[in-house]
Design a protein around this ligand. Structure first.
Ligand code: CTP
Ligand code: 5RP
Length: 422
């Protein structure tokens, strides 16, 4: 179950060959400048490498995923695999350069000494940097099918800047015609035997200074790679700003859909309908009116979509029991494993005096409840819709919709347990 994200050629009919993937993750992230190598930096609470692993593991036709990490990070990687429930992953010790790490990853399919188990050699192997989190199945399929046909293939992008060469004294020597050149990105794929033979023949210079796997296939096996136009999201996290960009993309993907759950009481249903109207131009809304009592079978089916945002509207003084039931169902559904789920508890109040109807005791209770369920990766926020004669319901609902959109787009952990007033 994944949040919605852009997919360019959905539903390709081509049948992929037996494939495996090698994800180099053995670098130190010097250019990012953090003490933690970038692949282990948290992006919306989860290490970057986990996003790349997840992107590959959800593809059924990729049998094995080899993640190559530096020796000191093997345990960290194994912990990540366990914590986020990753499957079909083997962790392998990396080398001092990216090429050496990739070569180590490939050896798992060809040389016994590199793994406790010699894995089944795939027809095609995908190579994808662990710091490129947004790879989609359609581009992988295109690259893999092209590799099967031509021996090697890789994703490319148009150049943003012109490439120039400078002379030794720091002056322009010449510039390249930008339209003729492309940036080489990932994923790339190869017939396994081609890329493995290429790495076996590499010089130390290639292994230490090379930056391009497609070039090795050309140089040592005379294979001209097929180049496939990639999407903008395939870029590599390299600098600190790339981590912020990755987090923004993830948050944007997570805030595409919301599920509005209303108590069956008349007021709650009415507010639910108005909220639906107010939100639907900004987000896909699914609305459910339900009595949150135990054993309600409707609840079990509610979390089948790609939804990570829920609103529960009620007009009770206290609805913690019902909310707890909702939390239990969310937890059981496993959607909280990879991303935090937002749950906004909407209380309705039409009395003159807010402080009278919403005392300190209840505020403290929301905070305590939110703190407890945060442990389950469910982020609870309170929202009071306050309406009376001089503040019409429609106006209060519009203001509530704006606050809801801000909460789910920002996904701010500092506001967990707070009560906002619309
Ligand atoms: N010895 C290395 C060096 C790099 N990589 C991996 O290769 C990918 C792309 O390399 P790059 O962006 O250059 O990562 P770093 O080498 O970590 O970054 P920097 O060059 O800024 O130090 C990353 O997933 C990185 O972890 C690797 O597996 N083994
Ligand atoms: O862009 C690429 C495709 O070949 C590689 O990801 C890139 O060459 C990695 O090199 P570096 O580790 O120096 O960033």
């Amino acid at each position: 179950m994944e949040p919605a994200s852009g997919s360019r050629h959905a539903g390709s009919a081509a049948r992929p060959p037996a494939a495996a993937a090698v994800l180099p993750a053995g670098g130190s992230g010097e250019r990012l400048g953090s003490a933690t190598p970038k692949q282990f930096c948290a992006v919306h609470g989860r290490p970057l490498v986990s996003y790349a692993v997840r992107a590959i593991e959800r593809i059924s036709w990729i049998s094995d995923i080899i993640v190559v990490v530096s020796p000191e990070n093997i345990e960290t990687m194994k912990t990540i695999i366990q914590k986020y429930g990753h499957k079909r992953v083997t962790v392998v010790k990396g080398g001092i350069t990216r090429h050496r790490s990739i070569f180590n990853g490939l050896k798992v399919f060809a040389e016994n000494e590199f793994s406790k188990y010699l894995l089944q050699k795939p027809e095609v192997v995908v190579i994808h940097d662990a710091v490129r989190p947004f790879v989609e199945e359609d581009i992988l399929l295109e690259v893999v099918m092209a590799a099967k046909e031509h021996g090697a293939a890789g994703a490319i992008r148009s150049l943003v800047s012109t490439v120039i060469a400078s002379s030794a004294d720091g002056f322009l020597d010449h510039s390249l015609e930008r339209a003729r050149y492309r940036a080489s990105e990932m994923p790339q794929a190869f017939l396994f035997d081609i890329i493995y033979q290429a790495y076996q023949q590499c010089t130390d210079y290639d292994l230490d200074y090379g930056t391009e796997c497609l070039h090795l296939a050309l140089k040592y096996c005379k294979i001209k790679a097929k180049l496939i136009e990639g999407t903008a999201d395939l870029w590599k996290v390299t600098y600190k700003r790339d981590l912020y960009a990755a987090e923004s993309i993830i948050k944007d993907n997570l805030s595409q859909q919301i599920c509005v759950i209303t108590d069956v009481k008349e007021d709650a249903v009415q507010v639910g309908l108005l909220l639906h109207e107010s939100l639907k131009s900004q987000i896909k809304v699914e609305a459910i009116s339900i009595s949150l009592c135990k054993n309600d079978s409707h609840l079990q089916n509610m979390f089948s979509g790609r939804c990570y945002n829920f609103i529960y509207i009620h007009d009770k003084q206290s609805a913690f029991q019902e909310t707890q039931l909702l939390v239990d169902v969310l937890e059981k559904s496993n959607i909280t494993l990879l991303y935090p789920v937002i749950l906004i508890l909407v209380h309705l109040n039409s009395s003159e005096n807010i402080s009278f109807s919403f005392g300190m005791e209840k505020l403290t209770r929301i905070k305590k409840f939110a703190r407890e369920v945060k442990e389950k990766n469910i982020w609870v926020y309170g929202l009071l819709i306050h309406y009376k004669d001089h503040l019409p319901l429609q106006e209060a609902v519009n203001s509530a919709a704006a606050l809801i959109m801000a909460l789910i787009k920002d996904r701010n952990p500092e506001l967990i347990g707070q009560l906002l007033v619309a």
